[in-house]
Design a protein around this ligand. Sequence first.
Ligand code: DAS
Length: 421
Amino acid sequence: MKTARPGDLVLIKTASETLEGTFLTRSELLDKNILVLKLPTGYNIGIHRKNIKKITTLRPAHTPLAPAPKAQHNPNLPTIAILSTGGTISSKIDYRTGGVHADYTADDFCAMLPELSLIANITTKKVLNIMSEDATPADWLAIAENTIDALRKADGVVITHGTDTMHYTAAALSFLLKDLGKPVILTGAQRSIDRGSSDAFMNLLCAVTAAAQWNSREVAICMHASMNDDYCHLIRGTKARKMHTSRRDAFRAVNDTPLARVYPDGRIEELAPAQPRRDTTPELRPIDKHVSLIYAHPNLHPQEIELCLKQKTKAILIAATGLGNLPIHTKEKILPALLKAAKKVPIFICAQTPFGRVHPNVYSTMRELSILCGAHYLEDMHAETALAKLCVAVTHKDPLTFMRENIAGEYTDRSLDDHFL
Ligand code: DAS
């Protein structure tokens, strides 16, 4: 029986129906007798060879266009470095499994979005090629090192990144990049760039605009501000958090407000004062992954705390309930385990409700924790930022002083009403 080439527009006649669609590469994990067709609706359908009477090619697969020539350097435009690390924004459908895997690089983004060259001269580098759920403190360090390298020549940096842990990386870069003088903007996508509904294009356009024109020396996340393609928000790297698994506007400012709106037409509307650009060369602070994060919960066992010490942790961060509480009055005897741990490593408390701030002296529980265990309360710094900061703090001879310092806007003086979702 005649077959077709991937990308051909075909008509497949079976005993019961005739289907038109695009012939797809067969998924390696599927039975080799199953042919896959992408219907005009966008859905894929598998058809067994034995049911096919005839295949007619209506239009052969188009040969891919040659990539657009690299834009000429424009001395009147700033230079922006795009560093790609993977994630959905870099993803393509992987027909072996039907899932998505990271493949596109910063060079591909420039080829797909030539209008970027109207905003800035673009340099590109593929730093990593991972889904961000796999990003570790070692990857944060690699991204920070490449960012410092890029900033020697560029006027700003855009880092394309998976969305799952983008806020961890944004917070980590805020602490790793000492004396930053230019904007470092992280962006990503909730829908892969090879889909018509992708949010990637507007996110990328706004992120490059911000890196080129925003008068700031901060690390920020640039993602959709709403479900529509109207504008993106710039959210401070230490106050950003992914708050929804799939919405385009999944990222919100936690205990803060967005710093600016960036429109796809190039406009930037400042919403809050940012630290202005300055002529400094950033230095790299060291990092150490030996930090533990525990969530307080009704079934907390002392072994969870003891395990941290076995893992050679240098500090324990506890995402506590409410204003900073732990179940230390249950029969599970958490307090003795905490007291034992507190003799070896510092204990820090943040809130597991991302919004609001912890207080060490409201309930007797917290007094026991802050007085008996010497636990340090981290005000309105949310858990993900606190974890990233602790990984840097433990490389200092006095981690507590570093944790107390307001390095990159991770602490705000007061929790205002408009700071909540
Ligand atoms: N797996 C997710 C990640 O890499 C995909 C994404 O949303 O970018 O974070």
